[in-house]
Design a protein around this ligand. Structure first.
Ligand code: ZN
Length: 257
């Protein structure tokens, strides 16, 4: 008998409080899995030292796990500003393996990874400048949407409503979701930080430190009262600014003053 489990995890940056949700197949006890998340570097650049992992649920049933993951991500994106997940890949993609007209992707837009591969192969074949510009424009438009500005959040909320329209969830599923995103499972609920963690948070917290922009032709190297203010001015996430101020970036764009 195999011991394959599917589990939903949450990776939390204990300093910025940002978190990422994912689902993973694991043979054995998921508590022993030291995997730390499938977020792309371009999407989220947390300081690895500040990451903590929580297991939100363990399932034997693949369908249940991936459906719950998809719903959880939709919910969290709607509910929490500090959720860094992009639009979730539909659970059907993981569950069904069909080809042709029966394929889940038939007539649908492919995810970014596939689009990138297609773009790359087009570039490789020596496309015109016009085509290259278009690809690069599409790509920057894609990444622009990754910073969660108010406008973007409104759009997500609209998309989410569209996603939920006409969909029914069982009471059981609804209960699982609400348990996973609130109350005792919500991170920090009833949890006391160790002294070490508290020190790390106060020491690292970019929002408490003056932050200067080091970029040319940007904002005249302005000094902001906090990392958060600096992030807002540059339409970035606080964690991205923190990545630069923490000394991890090869060419830092910001520094503490
Ligand atoms: Zn600047």
């Amino acid at each position: 008998m195999t011991n394959i489990k599917y589990y939903i995890y949450k990776i939390i940056d204990i300093v910025t409080q940002e978190f990422y949700i994912g689902c993973r197949k694991y043979e054995g006890n998921p508590e022993n899995d030291n995997y730390m998340g499938s977020f792309g570097e371009n999407t989220w650049q947390p300081n690895p030292d500040n990451l903590e992992k929580q297991i939100l649920g363990i399932f034997s049933d693949k369908v249940e796990a991936y459906q719950l993951e998809e719903e959880l991500i939709h919910k969290c994106r709607e509910k929490f500003d500090n959720c860094v997940n992009g639009v979730p890949t539909p659970a059907e993609f993981f569950i069904e393996d069909k080809s042709g007209e029966n394929s889940y992707w038939y007539g649908k837009t492919r995810p970014k990874e596939t689009r990138d591969k297609i773009s790359k192969s087009l570039i490789g074949k020596g496309r015109t400048k016009e085509t290259r510009d278009k690809i690069s424009e599409n790509s920057s438009r894609y990444w622009k949407g990754k910073t969660l500005t108010k406008k973007h959040r409104d759009k997500i909320s609209k998309n989410n409503s569209r996603y939920w329209k006409g969909k029914k969830r069982t009471r059981e599923t609804r209960e699982k979701i609400s348990k996973a995103i609130s109350g005792e499972n919500h991170h920090f609920y009833g949890e006391k930080h160790t002294k070490e963690t508290r020190d790390k948070i106060s020491e690292n917290h970019s929002s408490a430190k003056q932050t200067q922009c080091l970029q040319d032709n940007c904002c005249n190297n302005k000094i902001y009262n906090s990392g958060k203010k600096c992030a807002e001015a540059h339409d970035m996430k606080s964690s991205s600014v923190h990545y630069h101020t923490s000394g991890k970036a090869a060419n830092p764009k910001f520094k503490f003053v």
